[in-house]
Design a binder for this molecule. Sequence first.
Ligand code: ADP
Length: 499
Amino acid sequence: MTTLPIQDRQIAWSKINALDLFQQAPIAIYTTDVDGYINYFNTASVELWGRAPELGKDLWCGSWKIYQPDGITSLPLDECPMAVLLKEGRKMPEAEIIIERPDGKRINVLPHPEALYDQDGTMIGALNMMVDITDRRTIENTQAKFEAIVQSSTDGIISKNLDGIITSWNASAERIFGYKEKEMIGKPILTLIPEERKEEEQFILNRIRKGERVETFETQRLTKYGQLIDISLTISPIRNGSGHIIGASKIVRDITEIRKLEQRKDDFIRMASHELKTPITSINGYTQLLLNIYNEPYKEQHFHSDPIVKSSLETIARQVSKITRLIAELLDLSRIESAKLELVITEFKLENLLEEMVHDARHTTRQHVILFESEYKGMISGDQERLGQVFTNIIGNAIKYSRDADRIEVYLTKDKGFAVIRVKDYGIGIDPEDLTRIFERFYRAEGKSEQTYPGFGIGLFIAKEIVELHKGLIEVSSQKSKWSVFTVKLPLESVKKGE
Ligand code: ADP
């Protein structure tokens, strides 16, 4: 390689055109004259614009279309940052734009326009360097979407590094554990682990360091308030861009409510088997008895008058109707769960329906006097059979749960736009903490065995669904060991056919 003497080097430098140097630069650079006509652009500009502008013809910039950073509002070319600089001498700081190329591809760009002056300080044009920030924006958008998903998840999502230090904490983690994000970032995950389960963390970290996932398992963790909660955990390794494991993400689900529901479902299945078996055993016994009587020689002539036959048939009929009701409740439950419980709306007199339900209930108890008072004589639109089912259930419960009482009261009144039905008994009452829960599926207030108070714990759940389908409401108030009042409010107007 030869070296030139110093003066020749200066001459050689002075012959190099700065714009020629830009030609192969990896960043888009172009210039315009003082009127905004493009008079130079490099290769990277053509790539960015997706087209080559016509020198001396294209104004302000070579873009096909440009938009504001929202990507929706279009920006006229004569309002682009280069045009603003040339026309008003004003620089728009950090004025991001989106360029749309003729092939439809969009590019996020940060333009850096600079005015060019001659030796006398007169503006002769401008040079613009356009930095492509599409990758940065794509990463930011992906991160924002990811962040939104994490924050809106109903599961707790936590990440930690390989030393077990918490690095992120979402809103559901806050809800499950009671700690705010700022209380937990930088804290050891061990804070959440009860003493007797501390070794779990070592096991988890060992798996994660090997790049292995820890499949969903059930365990217990501690809340901020020292309460032990049942959770399910799924843990996966987090890798950085070059594939190295840098931590773990944990998905936490609070399963305290789910176990309780499982427990109730188990109780329900046990109860359902018992409830169905008892009447079937009884029916079987009485049928055998009747067959024996029928088969016995010389007894045929007594068949119709035999009191055993009569009472046996009555028992069978009662048990069959009990089974029918239980099966109907089970069917309703599955209809509700698949949202297939539909109403058949007609107009009818509510007083008559209640009268009929009270009349039927009187036949099922010798012990109680069932009083019925009605102040509302008007019509209502609704599903007569389904509403009948609601009142049968409530009055039936009033009888069932007030064995030591002798009186049940049923009132029908009108309050503003509602028909109000109240059923009061003077029975065992309901604990305050059970008041809202008795309307839940399978819920039976504890302390009652099926021998004492048979039932499935789904009657009120179905009743509530039916009442709510009528746009009404059902509520209860009670004083333990004294009385209970179930109130149903049905709108007189809103339920119309097909609504
Ligand atoms: P069940 O078939 O068990 O009676 P329900 O859904 O009709 O089911 O009622 C749910 C629970 O509500 C009952 O198990 C009982 O604990 C309580 N309950 C309902 N009605 C009364 C009442 N009148 N008095 C006391 N407890 C009641």
